[in-house]
Design a protein around this ligand. Structure first.
Ligand code: SAM
Length: 273
């Protein structure tokens, strides 16, 4: 492998140097010879080296030119390891594998695009399992209890389509350079079978975005007056009654289950976008 260059902040490069933690993360993924694995942001190979040879097939997507070139060189003799030089946000899972639903995804991902990566992975077709290193506060927001100030679009967006677990914390000293915050390993398991149709899921995205853009307003006002929703007033009372919702509630009082039920009912009353 070539001599390492200095870390690029613009690419969120904080390399995990603690070998025990590297092993612990790979063990948490629980992938074996029968599994196809996608690693996001392999960097200098901290997780890649523990995964290669342990899993059936490994694809690692790295955006940094030099790191991608060094990894390609290092793993050139291994037909079970594929290094893809690309932006992970431009890669659809079904272009990587014939069975995205059984893909396992792992990554110590760049902190500056954590949320876009999570939402990207949770678009259809979704993988079977995702184990990610995220900043502690992002993990807090994902698992936040209903009604707290951390509960928002990220919590609902993830928990309507997947189960989430916080696995263990990783202190900042496990990285070089040392970042300003601690991190946490989370496991996200997309729900099978899909809770919503593709059209209902599109409605869910509109609804969640609108609801938390107007998080200080009551549900009635959001559903009726938000330009992305514009539900007819007459439909609201019927909808609320049927779904057991209080229209005076603010969005942070609605559970992921409420959002799911609401978006399953919305296509009947929403204007097409
Ligand atoms: N996995 C390595 C480790 O644990 O030491 C590196 C982790 S570092 C936090 C994030 C890695 O993601 C870096 O190697 C960075 O170059 C890469 N990266 C940043 N943006 C990316 C993107 N959009 N697509 C793919 N890789 C990206």
């Amino acid at each position: 492998m070539r001599a390492p260059r200095s870390a690029k902040r613009s690419l969120g490069q904080n390399f995990l140097v603690d070998e025990n933690l590297q092993r612990k993360i790979v063990t948490a993924l629980g992938a074996g010879p029968g599994d196809e694995v996608l690693e996001i942001g392999p960097g200098r190979g901290a997780l890649t080296r523990h995964l290669a040879g342990r899993v059936g097939r490994l694809t690692a997507i790295e955006l940094d030119d030099h790191l991608a070139a060094a990894l390609t060189e290092e793993f050139a003799g291994r037909p079970d390891v594929r290094i893809v030089h690309a932006d992970v946000l431009d890669v659809d899972l079904d272009t990587l594998t014939a069975s995205p639903g059984s893909l396992k995804v792992v990554g110590n991902i760049p902190y500056n695009i954590t949320t876009p990566i999570i939402f990207h992975l949770l678009r259809r077709p979704r993988p079977g399992e995702i184990v990610l290193m995220v900043q502690d506060d992002v993990a807090e927001r994902i698992v936040a209890p209903v009604g707290t100030k951390e509960y928002g679009a990220l919590s609902v967006g993830v928990r309507t389509v997947a189960q989430v677990e916080r696995l263990f914390k990783v202190g900042r000293n496990a990285f070089r350079p040392v970042p300003g915050v601690d991190s946490c390993i989370i496991r996200i398991r997309p729900t099978v079978p899909e809770p919503l149709t593709a059209a209902e899921e599109e409605g869910l995205r509109r609804l969640v975005r609108a609801a938390f853009q107007w998080r200080r307003k009551q549900l009635r006002k959001i559903l009726r007056d938000h330009p992305d929703l514009a539900c007819p007033e007459a439909a609201l009372a019927v909808l609320a009654e049927r779904l057991g919702l209080a229209l005076e509630d603010r969005p942070e009082r609605l559970t992921p289950e409420h959002f799911l039920r609401l978006s399953a009912a919305l296509p009947e009353v929403l204007r097409p976008s």
